[in-house]
Design a protein. Structure first.
Length: 92
């Protein structure tokens, strides 16, 4: 949200953000990050998550890089994920 406001004021893209979206204009309290659900096809099958994780982990000089301590914590949390053993609804 801050990048969108800054881009709107300066007329230049800030971290790739060119300005507020129409949803942000219509609904000022609309949170783009928290309001959308990731889907399996794009996140896993098309390797988007893998690409983002590679950027976070392999490039330690950027502002968005994950530090070693945080990386260990992330690894611990991933290893402790418990997946459901059966579907939540009947398959057709």
């Amino acid at each position: 949200m801050d990048f969108a406001e800054e881009a709107s004021l300066t007329g230049k893209a800030v971290h790739g953000v060119k300005g507020p979206t129409e949803l942000m204009k219509l609904y000022p309290n609309f949170d783009l990050v928290q309001s959308f659900v990731l889907d399996y096809m794009h996140a896993v099958l098309l390797s988007v998550v893998r690409q983002i994780m590679s950027l976070w982990i392999q490039t330690s000089t950027n502002d968005f890089s994950i530090r070693q301590k945080s990386l260990r914590e992330l690894n611990h949390r991933i290893l402790n994920i418990k997946f459901p053993q059966e579907p939540t609804r009947k398959l057709r």
